[in-house]
Design a protein around this ligand. Structure first.
Ligand code: IPM
Ligand code: MG
Length: 351
């Protein structure tokens, strides 16, 4: 079966890592038809639109997307992040971020870390419902605002839906069940942010009842940030809200080699996008310096999602072998090999 995959390098080192992923995917000799498209800062400069119409068409015509990295800058009127728009338009509600310590990675904090973060991906403070200054009606809506009267105020609305909470928690429990994992930690701050996190926690408890073999843990997000440093090996699946997941996933990535290993899948009911979670690192653009592992691990998740289990396993073993042998390494791992050298070594190790 031909897989039509939309390939978006994005900006900066997005191009470097996409070239690396292409080398490895071509070496697997699957039936892939690439649909090339552009998005990100490059498009903002050209069209004042980070996702032009042709890119939406390319995405819509494909089965899934492999995405590089993009540059986003604050404070530019009208600018909307390409990746946030794609996540929201395609309703890619589950942002799945594995953090596994591969043998041979000198930056591992411990060698027994193997956890996956399920981050809600469409709601929360990322909804884009914001005010530069609050209209008078808002003061009437909530007496809690009274103490800020007279100040210059900005507001961002933290939107949660019951459906949104339920489906991300369910995705985490289903994953735990498939992998035979015995506990899921639902990370929240319901003692303070009572309505939104309260709803998230209620849904976590309701979903947990459907999975009697799996224990639900309920750490507060601040404590979780600490536990990730103290005893990360005790956790296998975390499920949390959009902003908390954004933060905790960078923290967790640092435990297993840093952003060079931070892979992700953005999964909805009928579409998915796979991307390394590092930025576009403009200063390294085109230098083939950065570690392609985050993109290669994302590509492995893509193959799994496409049902190419055998190819996904081969790629996973080749990644693990390349890292364990440590013969070819990018600068972050103490080496001086290029992004593409690593990709070619992984391709050789596919066996
Ligand atoms: C991530 C990134 C994005 C996010 C940015 C680039 C909008 O930090 O994927 O974690 O905050 O979701
Ligand atoms: Mg992030």
């Amino acid at each position: 079966m031909t897989h039509r995959i939309c390939r978006i390098p994005g900006d900066g080192v997005g191009h470097d890592v996409m070239e690396a992923a292409t080398i490895v995917l071509e070496a697997l000799a699957l039936d892939i038809e690439w649909v090339d498209a552009e998005a990100g800062w490059c498009c903002w400069e050209k069209y004042q639109n980070t996702v032009p119409a042709a890119t939406w068409k390319a995405l819509e015509s494909s089965r899934c997307c492999l995405f590089g990295a993009i540059t986003s800058k604050p404070g530019i009127p009208g600018f909307k992040s390409a990746i946030l728009q794609i996540r929201q338009r395609f309703d890619l509600y589950a942002n799945v971020r594995p953090c596994k310590a591969y043998a041979g990675v000198p930056l591992n904090y411990r060698d027994d870390i193997d956890l996956v973060i399920f981050r809600e991906n469409t709601e929360d403070l990322y909804s884009g419902v914001e005010w530069k200054s609050l209209p008078e009606e808002m003061f009437e809506l909530h007496p809690g605002l009274e103490r800020f009267r007279g100040q210059e105020i900005a507001g961002s609305l933290r939107v949660f839906t019951r459906r949104g909470c339920r489906r991300i928690v369910r995705a985490a429990f289903e994953y735990a069940q498939r992998k035979g994992i015995e506990s899921v930690a639902a990370v929240h701050k319901a003692n303070v942010v009572r309505e939104t996190c309260g709803m998230f926690l209620e849904e976590a408890r309701a979903v947990a009842k459907e999975f009697p073999g799996i224990e639900l843990q309920e750490p507060n997000v601040d404590a979780m940030a600490m536990w990730l440093i103290k005893q990360p090996q005790l956790y296998r699946v975390l499920v949390t809200t959009n902003l908390f997941g954004d933060i905790l996933s960078d923290e967790a990535a640092q435990l297993v080699g840093g952003l060079g290993f931070a892979a992700s899948a953005n999964i909805g009911d009928s579409y998915a996008l796979f991307e390394p979670t590092h930025g576009s690192a403009p200063k390294y653009a085109g230098q083939y310096k950065v570690n392609p592992m985050a993109t290669l691990i994302s590509a492995r998740m893509m193959l799994e999602w496409l049902g190419e289990e055998a190819a996904a396993d081969r790629l996973e073993r080749a990644i693990a072998k390349t890292l364990a042998e440590g013969k070819v390494r990018t600068y972050d791992l103490g080496g001086s090999d290029s992004t593409l050298d690593v990709a070619r070594e992984v391709a050789r190790n596919l066996g």
